[in-house]
Design a protein around this ligand. Structure first.
Ligand SMILES: Cc1cc2nc3c(=O)[nH]c(=O)nc-3n(C[C@H](O)[C@H](O)[C@H](O)COP(=O)(O)O)c2cc1C
Length: 170
């Protein structure tokens, strides 16, 4: 799929089949995550691959929608501020932006493989720490199920381009 087709094909999948994710597909998705750009190439990101089978109840503490654990896998993209680039001018830390770029690579790479994802930020961070055993310095940035879609895309609702783009000045 070319890039223009891919960004139109990807959508937030909120129903999944229980079928397993092909190992080769998962490997290509994780490689896309690995190749994401990060500030100063610090790569302060880790991707957790979590099988859901048998852990449904525990995982539901993190995000309680039933479709969260329908897919065979959940991915958690974690940021490590202690490893990230920090802007000298004001101390801004790039870790969570880097993690977001990794997640963007993951959702697009998954769509290319015919797999569904849904970027999830509305999870319970304390439950995520507890269930996944995250050390204090690790920030759970985003979750997504990864599996075969069992729903279909709705038409994309987006602002018109004129709302998005400012020419020359604000
Ligand atoms: C940073 C971020 C956080 C999101 N958090 C959630 C979430 O917690 N739950 C959810 O169902 N969708 C979540 N989404 C998905 C958005 O609702 C979705 O991307 C948006 O409505 C556009 O629809 P589309 O992805 O199908 O094009 C999130 C997306 C982003 C980028």
């Amino acid at each position: 799929m070319n890039f223009q087709a891919l960004i139109r094909a990807r959508y937030s999948v909120r129903a999944y089949k229980p079928d397993p994710v092909d190992e080769d597909k998962l490997a290509r998705i994780l490689e896309a995550a690995r190749l994401a750009p990060t500030a100063a190439n610090r790569q302060p990101v880790r991707v957790m691959v979590i099988p859901t089978k048998g852990r449904e109840k525990e995982m539901a503490r993190i995000y309680s929608r039933e479709w969260f654990v329908q897919a065979p896998l959940v991915l958690c993209v974690c940021a490590l501020p202690s490893e990230a680039w920090v802007r000298k001018a004001d101390g801004w830390n790039a870790a969570e932006v880097d993690a977001a770029i990794v997640m963007a690579h993951i959702v697009l790479a998954a769509a290319e493989e015919g797999l569904g994802t849904c970027w999830i930020a509305a999870f319970d961070p304390a439950a995520a720490r507890d269930v996944l055993g995250l050390p204090p310095e690790v920030i759970p940035s985003a979750f997504t199920p990864l599996g075969i879609p069992a729903d279909t895309a709705a038409p994309k609702k987006r602002r018109p381009l004129a709302d998005l783009v400012r020419q020359d000045h604000w």
